[in-house]
Design a protein around this ligand. Sequence first.
Ligand SMILES: NC(=O)c1ccc[n+]([C@@H]2O[C@H](COP(=O)([O-])OP(=O)(O)OC[C@H]3O[C@@H](n4cnc5c(N)ncnc54)[C@H](OP(=O)(O)O)[C@@H]3O)[C@@H](O)[C@H]2O)c1
Length: 280
Amino acid sequence: MSKKVAVVTGSNKGLGFAIVKALCSNWNGTVYLTSRDQRRGQSACEELKNLGLSPVFHQLDVTDESSIKKFRDYIEENHQQIDILVNNAGILFLKDAKEPKEFQAEQTVSVNFFALANFTEAMLPLIKNGGTVLNISSSSGHLSRIPSEALRQKFISEELSLQQLKELMNSYVESVKEGREIEDGWGDSPYVISKVGVNAYTFMLSRKLAEKGITVNCMHPGYVISDMTRGVGSVTPEQGAQLALKLVLDPPGTGLYVWHDGTVVPWDGPDPRGFIDKKM
Ligand SMILES: NC(=O)c1ccc[n+]([C@@H]2O[C@H](COP(=O)([O-])OP(=O)(O)OC[C@H]3O[C@@H](n4cnc5c(N)ncnc54)[C@H](OP(=O)(O)O)[C@@H]3O)[C@@H](O)[C@H]2O)c1
C-alpha cells in the first residue's frame, strides 16, 4: 500500500509549521511542508529534520496559478492521491497598517479566500475518498461579524454556488473601492470578510464531498503567538496545532466550525466570543 500524504499550505512558520511538526511526530505518512519562498521553506524543513522528523519541502504560492499547477502535477505524478489537506496560508493587516484600505481588502480576500478556494479546487481530484480537508479560519469568520442581515442570508444559503460566493466576495472588494463598505453592511474588516468566505466555502464543500466520505471542516486556532500577531497571543503555535491534528486524524464529523477549546460553534448562531474567546 502506498504511503499516505498530507499537505499543509503556508507552513514555513507559525501555525502551519507547528501543524507539519505535529503530523510528522504523530502520523505515519509523507508530510509536505510548503512555502511560497523556496529559501524560507527549505530552512524550515531543515529545522524539523534536525529534530529527527522527515517533512518534505515543495514550493507553493497559493495565489500563483502556475505554482499551484506545478505542485498539483508533482503530487499526481509522485503520489496520485492525498489524504489530508490543511489550508493554513493566510495574511492579516493589523489595525495600524498604512496600506490603502482598497489594497488591504483586495489582498486579504485574494490570499485568504480566493487562493484557498482555487488551490482546493485544483487539488480536489487528488483527494482520496475518505480523506479530509481542514481550513484554518478564525473567530473572525463567524457570520455574526457581518452587520447586514441581508448579506448574512446570502452567505448561509445552501443554494449558494462557488461562483456566486466568488461574486459576493468581489462585490465586497468593489464596495471598499467605492468607499461604501459600511453603508453596504460589510463592516470595516477585510479579514472578517475573507474568513466568512472561507467558512461559507467549507460548508459548501462539505455538502458536495459528503458522498465520497471526505470530511471538510474549519477551525479557529485561538489567539496564536505568531508573526501575524507580532508575537502577541494566548496560545503557542504548538498548542493551536493540537486541534488541527485532532480534526484531521479523527474528525468528529463534517461541515463543522470548531474553536480552539474544541467547541463546535454554530456559524450562524449568536457571536460566541463573549464566552469562548475575548481576544480574536
Ligand atoms: N495568529 C492568530 O492568532 C490566528 C488566529 C486565528 C486564525 N489564524 C489563522 O491561522 C493561519 C496561520 O496564521 P499564523 O498566525 O501562523 O500566521 P503567520 O505566522 O503569519 O504565517 C502565515 C503563513 O502563511 C504564509 N502565506 C502567506 N501568503 C501566502 C501565499 N500567497 N502562499 C503561500 N503561503 C502564504 C506565510 O508565508 P511567508 O512566510 O512567506 O509570509 C506563512 O507561512 C492563518 O490562516 C491565520 O489567518 C491565526
